[in-house]
Design a protein around this ligand. Structure first.
Ligand code: TMP
Ligand code: ASP
Length: 237
């Protein structure tokens, strides 16, 4: 199925496919990185867990009529996606304050944001993914004002859908990061992954962190936490 390696990122590899020019294979790696790659480790089975969790979520979103690059899960660590040209903007949604915003703006931990707060970051490792505003985004990408408005609208809708999904499995969706890409026809769809690597999820009862903060902050067994999330998702369907 997969042929030439097109790109290797921190958590995934992207391959061309043999048969279809407009489809790619995403292969999830076992690596975990944090703080712009300064902290690195590898966890046997993490790639499988993130592929299973992200596939589950993208499949669920497609059932809710949210279009994305996701086509199907191919095997334990790989998925087939439509080729998109990634828009180099990371769109972060925050329902509760934690992480970088508490340090950057001195906002107290757990302050609720209603409506949810949307932030844009420029996807550029060499620059450390800096926070940008809409005007920067227009300069740094080929997105138009209308594209940005559409991306924000999709992002807030996805937040509503995911908040409900995670609530069903006893998790609070604290914040998360989305990426969008352009299909050949120019339309913009949700892309990349949605997993505990890209979301902050807190257990509703215990308030325990159930996401990559376990690795970032050395809080315990990362694989166990990811396994619990997959088990809870699989138990609801
Ligand atoms: P932050 O509080 O560090 O800005 O992170 C906000 C959200 O974005 C959090 O859910 C983790 C996610 N995120 C990524 O997916 N990739 C990244 O590179 C960073 C910095 C954050
Ligand atoms: N993904 C980023 C990195 O690898 C940052 C993070 O998620 O904390 O460094």
């Amino acid at each position: 199925m997969k042929t030439e390696l097109l790109y290797e990122g921190k958590a995934k590899k992207v391959y061309r496919t043999k048969d279809r020019q407009d489809q790619l294979v995403l292969a999830y790696k076992n690596d975990a990185t944090a703080f712009n790659g300064e902290k690195k480790s590898s966890f046997d089975g993490k790639g499988r867990l993130n592929n299973e969790i992200s596939s589950y979520i993208f499949h669920y979103l497609s059932e809710q009529n949210i279009s994305s690059h996701f086509i199907e899960k191919l095997n334990e660590t790989e998925q087939l996606v439509s080729e998109t040209k990634i828009i180099p903007i990371e769109v972060v949604v925050r329902n509760l304050a934690t992480g970088s915003i508490t340090k950057r703006l001195g906002i107290e931990e757990k302050t609720p944001f209603s409506p949810p707060l949307v932030e844009l970051f420029y996807k550029d490792d060499a620059l450390g993914d800096p926070l940008i505003n809409d005007e920067h985004a227009l300069i740094l990408s080929d997105a138009t004002t209308e594209d940005l408005a559409g991306i924000k609208q999709m992002t807030l809708h996805i937040n509503n859908v995911l908040q409900k999904l995670f609530l069903e499995i006893n998790l609070t969706l604290v914040d998360f990061k989305l990426e969008f890409g352009r299909l050949k026809d120019g339309s913009i769809v949700l892309s990349d992954e949605i997993s505990p690597d890209t979301c902050r999820l807190w257990d509703l009862d215990t308030q325990e962190k159930m996401d990559k903060d376990v690795f970032r902050q050395d809080l315990g067994d990362l694989l166990h936490v990811y396994k619990v999330i997959l088990q809870r998702l699989e138990a609801r369907s």
